[in-house]
Design a protein around this ligand. Structure first.
Ligand SMILES: [Zn+2]
Length: 488
């Protein structure tokens, strides 16, 4: 008897406890794939494992439900391996030990893997229970959702035949997701030449720090400052007023993070130091005033540099760099007209990097939209900017979004079932970030999709916990949806 064996629904918790005992961090899913394969072969169900490790299982309809539309239940097999620093745990070998505390299930000092182990357990429990009423069912269990969605990306068209997909990876009972954003990386390249610094110049560090940053999708509407934009704005003023040269520049980091810091080394004439100091101070106050409510820790520093550098980036390229950073649109481009409060399209001007070997400046952006054509239009805008400046731009890493459809049939069914069961309205949600559903819809554009799940708090952290009662509600909600799937 396991720790969770008295919880309801019993079959879901039993399978979840088994999943916990099998190591399954992202990119190391082979043991859990083996477990699922054996589980389904024991049930004599057709099981396919594709080239990347996605598992697809097909179950025939129950009696009287043969003429219903096919439903795909989808979850991901991998989990995020995170532990507290004082916890001894090898995610490739050691089992996760679940425990019950305050009506929640959690692990001890590690992630639990309820994201998305509950989803997997739910799908397997439905496969194993022949008393459940449902039409034709396919279960799709993907690999590597958490570190690149390579499972969803490599899912071949033509394997699945269902018309409806229910993703089981949402994290709040009472919310139904109907959309997500696609993404695209855009990268600008500027070649520079190195010019020799003249005498009577000193090197100074000019840095923007203390910003909040955040996720470039779900935090993009919060109006936070972009360190790259602020640094470029300040440099433009300095270059236009004084004999300032840019020696080094380095802003932001990850494409999916709003940049918090930007650093530069500038060369200035010794007789202009005091004036420049005042100008920097003046702009620091302007920035602080503009962002006083969102960026209270914003800081501009101007300090002598002790680097020994004798060259600077040529004036024309610096001018171009600053112009481009000024005109690249950043932040929210458009709000959704389908979901109030949802960002439809955005850009994050993520980083400015200097490759000293290649003498190249590189500006990286991440574009997002739930409407693929809007994302492509934004890409065209960036291409036009590159054309005007006469510089190179490259696009890569694109993946499709999931455009919210408030008139979706499966959404209507889920809403009605939810109201009947729980006497309240579910919240209809979409997220301005990538989900597997968007990518799957790229290969299966006809699918009618929703995403639901139990209440999971603090996913991806050692505090991860799943609300016990919400699992029971979620499971019964799903069974009731399956009962109500319409005829073909
Ligand atoms: Zn997940």
């Amino acid at each position: 008897m396991g720790t969770l064996s008295n919880l309801k629904p019993e079959n879901v918790w039993q399978i979840f406890e088994q999943i916990c005992s099998i190591p399954h961090p992202s990119k190391k899913e082979h043991k859990i794939i083996e477990y699922v394969k054996e589980f389904c072969e024991n049930l004599k169900l057709k099981t396919i494992i594709d080239e990347v490790g996605n598992v697809i299982i097909k179950k025939a309809p129950s009696q009287g439900f043969e003429d219903r539309k096919g439903v795909i239940l989808q979850a991901h097999l991998d989990m995020v391996p995170q532990k507290n620093s004082d916890k001894q745990h090898d995610f490739e070998k050691d089992p996760i030990i679940p425990r019950i505390e305050n009506n929640k299930v959690k692990a001890s000092g590690t992630t639990l893997g309820a994201d998305n182990g509950i989803g997997v357990a739910t799908a397997l429990a439905i496969l194993a229970d022949n008393s459940i009423e449902h039409g034709p069912i396919e279960v799709l269990l993907t690999v590597d959702e958490e570190t690149g969605m390579t499972g969803a990306r490599n899912l071949k068209a033509g394997i699945l035949s269902g018309e409806i997909l229910i993703n089981l990876d949402s994290e709040e009972h009472g919310e139904i997701y109907i959309g997500c954003a696609g993404g695209l990386d855009a990268t600008f390249f500027l070649n520079y030449t190195e010019n020799k610094l003249s005498d009577n110049t000193s090197l100074y560090n000019l840095n923007i720090t203390g910003l909040k940053g955040g996720h470039s999708g779900v935090d993009i509407h919060l109006g936070r400052a972009n360190s790259n934009k602020l640094l470029a704005r300040l440099l433009r003023q300095l270059i236009s007023k004084y004999q300032v040269k840019i020696v080094r520049i380095d802003g932001g980091n990850l494409r999916n993070a709003i940049p918090r810091e930007a650093f530069s080394i500038i060369a200035i004439k010794n007789n202009e130091i005091e004036e420049i100091k005042k100008t920097v101070q003046y702009y620091e106050n302007i920035f602080k005033n503009e962002y006083q409510h969102v960026e209270p820790e914003l800081k501009v520093t101007f300090e002598k540099s002790y680097e020994n550098i004798l060259t600077y980036i040529d004036e024309k390229t610096c001018q171009q760099l600053i112009n481009i950073i000024h005109v690249i649109p950043n932040g929210v481009i458009r709000m959704s007209d389908a979901i109030p409060g949802l960002v439809e399209t955005s850009n994050n001007l993520a980083s400015i990097k200097q490759n000293q070997e290649k003498k190249e400046l590189i500006i990286s952006c991440l574009l997002r939209s739930s409407v693929d054509s809007a994302k492509e239009y934004l890409a065209e805008v960036l291409e036009c900017i590159a054309n005007l400046a006469g510089i190179k731009i490259e696009f890569s890493g694109g993946y499709p979004g999931w455009k919210p459809n408030p008139n979706s049939q499966i959404l209507q069914i889920a809403k009605n079932v939810f109201k009947k069961m729980f006497s309240s309205e579910p919240k209809i949600m979409a997220i301005h970030a990538g989900l597997e559903t968007g990518i799957i819809a790229g290969s299966y554009p006809h699918l009618d999709m929703i995403s639901i799940g139990p209440t999971i708090k603090y996913p991806h952290s050692p505090d991860e916990e799943v609300d016990i009662e919400s699992v029971n509600k979620f499971y019964n909600f799903l069974l009731e949806i399956l009962k109500n799937i319409p005829k073909k």
